[in-house]
Design a protein around this ligand. Structure first.
Ligand SMILES: Nc1ncnc2c1ncn2[C@@H]1O[C@H](COP(=O)(O)OP(=O)(O)OP(=O)(O)O)[C@@H](O)[C@H]1O
Length: 345
């Protein structure tokens, strides 16, 4: 179970640890599974630096067929870095999936990870989340190196809460939508049931779902399940008067959704970010987020900066608007979906 004590490194008298899970991968059939996964959740207090200041995004491989780039012109001040992957490697058997991936996620950032199928995008999210350990290389959470997988100790020391919304909605089959979305509030918060119920209804409305509270997951379409999972990842204990920043990792949140439902989800991802405004007109509480996506609309609408993974390495990084204008062959091929180019299938 997640520790509910405040961070000893960052004593925050008015900041309560929030033991809410947004990690749901695969089909969940028992509550013990979720309790194991809940270790991934933590609380954090972060600086309020504007990450766009000082960053000089760049076009990396515009002059060659496919140049592997491992350096970035970044600000010298790393005090706002929440997550850092440093030279991360991961293999599954003889499949070498990640081959030296390094990047930083700063407070306030909205980052997309793109790249061909099977190139390790979900794997890097799982490594960031602490569900998978890298074979080589390190993950730093607020400057502290993670040892092994996510642990209660990390939660209490780093004070950073990380949540994943996986490709599969992975709802509890036997619970209603209301119980799924409000699961951890019912379990851990001091909010009365009727207040949680009201909040669940509001959060569902924010993702475009009304009147589905009493349905079971089996009675929902795939897209509706995704939105329920998203609602579950963004519901907050509104009785707390302190901001509860966190990093959310979205693995293909709009895959399988129709274009309008995708827009709803993309806007929602923006709205719960600290630079956004939620459905109640309040500033969002998510400090930074990473979206793994194949959808152009999601790239354009939901993120500011892009990391392009190919064959286990970062081959291009830049601002979202640079993606469409890049002359990099690999970017152009990916953006156009052409069969001709450096990406081989
Ligand atoms: N637990 C695992 N055991 C064995 N192989 C794995 C495991 N997890 C991932 N892989 C393999 O690693 C590769 C990368 O998978 P990953 O899901 O990270 O790719 P991806 O870039 O997210 O792909 P997609 O865009 O299709 O979702 C794939 O070949 C996948 O089959």
């Amino acid at each position: 179970m997640l520790s509910t004590s405040s961070s000893s490194l960052f004593p925050l008298p008015s900041y309560n640890v929030y033991s809410r899970s947004s990690i749901f991968s695969g089909t969940i059939t028992s509550n013990s599974w979720i309790f194991r996964q809940r270790k991934i959740l933590c609380s954090c207090m972060t600086s309020s630096r504007n990450v766009n200041e000082g960053i000089s995004p760049f076009k990396l491989s515009d002059s060659s067929d496919m140049k592997i780039i491992n350096s970035i012109d970044e600000p010298e001040d790393d005090s706002d870095v929440l997550i850092e992957c440093r030279d991360v490697y991961k293999s599954f058997g003889d499949k070498h999936i990640l081959r030296g991936v390094s990047f930083k996620i700063r407070h306030g950032e909205a980052v997309g990870i793109i790249g061909p199928s099977g190139t390790g995008k979900s794997t890097i999210l799982k490594i960031i989340a602490g569900l998978l350990a890298p074979d080589k290389g390190e993950v730093y959470i607020r400057g502290k190196k993670r040892e092994g997988l996510i642990s209660d100790e990390e939660v209490s020391i780093s004070g950073l809460r990380i949540g994943l919304v996986f490709q599969s909605a992975a709802l509890f089959d036997s619970l209603t939508v209301r119980e799924n979305v409000g699961f951890l509030l019912y379990e851990n918060s001091r909010m009365p049931d009727d207040q949680i119920s009201e909040l669940v209804t509001e959060t569902l409305a924010a993702v475009g779902l009304k009147g589905v509270e009493e349905r079971l997951p089996s009675e929902l379409s795939g897209g509706m399940k995704k939105r329920v999972a998203l609602a579950r990842s963004i519901i907050f204990d509104i009785t707390k008067d302190t901001v509860e920043p966190e990093v959310l990792l979205y693995d293909e949140p709009t895959a399988g959704l129709d274009p309008i439902a995708s827009t709803v989800v993309e806007d929602l991802i923006r709205s719960v970010h600290i630079k956004g405004e939620d459905a109640m007109g309040l500033a969002g509480k998510v400090s930074s987020f990473i979206v793994v996506t194949h959808q152009h609309s999601t790239i354009e609408r939901a993120v500011d900066r892009l990391i392009f993974l190919y064959e286990g390495k970062i081959v291009w990084e830049g601002l979202t608007h640079e993606f469409t204008t890049s002359t990099s062959p690999i970017v152009q091929q990916f953006a156009s979906g052409s069969l001709e180019g450096p990406i081989k299938y």
